[in-house]
Design a protein around this ligand. Structure first.
Ligand code: GDP
Ligand code: GDP
Length: 464
């Protein structure tokens, strides 16, 4: 069966423009046969070498209620239900609008893979839109121009990566179709609103995530110093509340209780299915996420998926290599595990990885210190003066390449957000700037300003 893609988003972001580009011809939006309800239409599409079907969501809009709310539900939910992949589109020129956030809520609740597309990237102000889009918590935004066709190779790669995983028989962690609707702490966080400087009196939100049996419950029990949760293979039946207020070395901390959310799951199968959603909830709740690895079997596929998810969501991970009491060659093993961390998780280079024993409590001091340090870096703001002096040096040392006979120029840099740090570099012809140069700048920023262990966002903007 063909792979189906739905393009969703509020009106006017450019869905039809992309649809038409992918399908390659104008599709009549109105059926002139009376009495025929065409509430779903699927059209063969191509993007470079990829072949798939696109669901025409305009059909859903026609059929739905008159209110935006109604159209949104009908359009988005039915299209999502049918799709194998959801392209969620926002308008980079307009920036994030309240309606985008409402769509994002619906999109976030699905277990289907979602690619976040920021359209109208041909417009200069769209670079800000791309950075803002990170705040939706849907992963890495891809800037495109549906009208002019730029950015489509990146979109192609994102879609291809998902198509590859699809139908290859590779087992994805099962997840419920829709996450529970109930309001959770963290739902109300508006990352933009929080970006008004660093407030050391506010509790730090910390979540503990990891594979089943890595030792999360044990770790939380030991941290909190009391038997608040059941541990062991029958894990599941525990707490009432979602977060625990706590303090560490005088800092208030809100600890997210993953296990507490599983309490209603009775059957093993259901437990497993819920935990994927739980992990995502926990990550979105948190500022700092402690990922518990079982040091006796580290870097399993699921460990890396979780760490990657944390980084994509813009949170800062701290790794706890747990069950260290069972490790024999400690020094050697630690060096090896840290080397692997750097190699396998380069998106948050320098991330802190601390050996601990949740059972004995050993190493937990250092783990919490690492979490607080990482939180500081995640909130760091670098003044514009030093940033630009650095950019001048970095671009002199290794200038951007020439494209089509003209050298690209980088001109100016500023930090436009924190949590995690986000920068805009203005340059000539940003659409031609190779990814390798963006990586060079990102890595340079990391080294120069000691931004270790957290994701860095960097967007390009066309200069005058
Ligand atoms: P839809 O309501 O989401 O289907 O949006 P449309 O595809 O109808 O596009 C809305 C408006 O945005 C139209 O005026 C398009 O010409 C314009 N538009 C679409 N894509 C782009 C783009 O990549 N760049 C710019 N500048 N405008 C675009
Ligand atoms: P969770 O599923 O991640 O919450 O894992 P649990 O906290 O329930 O722990 C799973 C199993 O690992 C239990 O049998 C724990 O006793 C054991 N465990 C947890 N932490 C440690 C540790 O530091 N050392 C050792 N040896 N065993 C541990």
């Amino acid at each position: 069966m063909a792979f189906k893609v739905a393009i969703v988003g509020r009106p006017n972001v450019g869905k039809s423009t992309l649809f038409n580009r992918l399908v390659g011809r104008r599709i009549a939006l109105v059926d002139d046969t009376p009495g025929v309800t065409r509430d779903r239409r699927v059209h063969p599409a191509r993007l470079q070498d990829l072949r798939f079907d696109v669901i025409d969501t305009a059909g859903f809009e026609d059929a739905a209620a008159a209110t935006l709310e109604g159209r949104m539900r009908a359009q988005t939910e039915s299209a999502i239900a049918e799709a194998d992949l959801v392209l969620f589109m926002i308008d980079g020129r307009a920036g994030l609008m309240p309606d985008d956030r409402r769509f994002a809520e619906v999109v976030r609740r699905t277990s289907k893979p979602v690619v976040l597309v920021v359209n109208k990237a041909d417009v200069r102000s769209a670079a800000n839109g791309v950075l803002e889009a990170w705040n939706l918590g849907i992963g890495e935004p891809i800037g495109i121009s549906a009208e002019h066709g730029t950015g489509l190779p990146d979109l192609r790669d994102a879609i291809a990566a998902i198509m590859e995983g699809h139908g290859t028989g590779e087992e994805e962690p099962a997840a419920p179709e829709l996450l529970p609707e109930a309001a959770m702490p963290g739902d109300d966080i508006d990352p933009d609103a929080e970006d008004i400087g660093y407030d050391p009196t506010k509790p730090i939100r910390v979540a503990v995530v990891g594979r089943p049996n890595a030792g999360k419950s044990t770790l939380i029990n030991t941290l909190l110093g009391e038997e608040r949760m059941l541990t062991g293979p029958e894990a599941g039946i525990t707490r009432d509340s979602i977060s625990v207020d706590w303090s560490w070395r005088g800092r208030d901390i809100k600890l997210f209780d993953t296990a507490g959310m599983r309490r209603k799951a009775k059957v093993q199968e259901k437990l497993e299915r819920l935990s994927v959603a739980d992990t995502l909830r926990a990550i979105r709740f948190a500022e700092i996420v402690i990922v518990v690895f079982d040091a006796t079997m580290p870097f399993e596929k699921q460990d890396l998926q979780i760490a990657d998810l944390i980084i994509r969501e813009g949170r800062a991970p701290v790794i706890a290599f747990n069950k260290w009491d069972l490790i024999e060659n400690r020094q050697e093993t630690l060096a090896e595990l840290r080397e692997k961390t750097e190699r396998l998780l380069p998106q948050a280079r320098g991330l802190k990885a601390v050996p601990v024993s949740a059972e004995t409590g050993k190493g937990l001091d250092r783990l919490m210190d690492a979490a607080l340090e990482t939180h500081e870096v995640w909130n760091r703001r670098i003044p514009t003066g030093p940033l630009n002096r650095w950019l001048e040096r970095a671009s002199a040392q290794h200038p951007p390449p020439a494209v089509a006979g003209r050298r690209l120029k980088v001109k100016y840099i500023s930090q436009i957000k924190t949590r995690p740090p986000g920068f805009v570099v203005s340059c000539s012809r940003p659409e031609s700037m190779p990814q390798s140069y963006v990586r060079y700048l990102t890595n340079g920023l990391r080294e120069a300003f000691d931004i270790h262990g957290v994701p860095i966002r960097l967007a390009l903007r066309a200069s005058e």
